[in-house]
Write a protein that binds this ligand. Sequence first.
Ligand SMILES: Cc1cc2nc3c(=O)[nH]c(=O)nc-3n(C[C@H](O)[C@H](O)[C@H](O)COP(=O)(O)O)c2cc1C
Length: 177
Amino acid sequence: MTEQAQRPFLYVVVCAAGIAADVGRLITAAQERDWEVGVIATPVAMNGFFDTAAVEARTGRPIRSAWRTPGDPRPFPPPDAVVVAPATFNTVNKWAAGLADTLAVATLCESYGLGVPVAVLPCVADALAAHPAYQDSLVRLRGMGVRFGEPYSGEVGEDGVRPEFGWETALDLLGRR
Ligand SMILES: Cc1cc2nc3c(=O)[nH]c(=O)nc-3n(C[C@H](O)[C@H](O)[C@H](O)COP(=O)(O)O)c2cc1C
């Protein structure tokens, strides 16, 4: 009997931005590209920002948001890649500063040392993105090899339409079709 090849494992880190309600689109797209997906959400994101039951049904795994209890097995296999979408102002700044106070940020901080590729789609309003700390965070994370999608403010354009959030860009940035 031939052994089935294991699919690569993708961590999808979800932060508390309004656009997170559509994160199912990213998960479906990743699965269509043959990724196995596990979701890690920030504690705030777990509080009504997306349909957690639908995501768990879609991935077949519980969403992780807190650290496991010592002695418990690791709930997910190690990641082959990580996508952060949407990424908030708060999480991007904490990540760059190495302030690992949520499982989501700790996972991102650790990815650098593990050499795991990370792609990020920030959703940050222009007024926040102008803050020098945020600009410094982008420079620092890019210097660590983190791959960023186009800036996205989540704001409605002059035509009264909110631009599409490029969920699939995150997967393109990982270079796997
Ligand atoms: C309805 C709503 C939408 C929000 N959207 C965004 C957003 O698009 N980008 C952002 O950086 N923060 C947004 N925030 C603020 C974050 O939720 C807040 O900064 C939070 O502390 C982020 O936590 P996290 O980075 O741990 O997920 C939003 C808050 C609310 C209540």
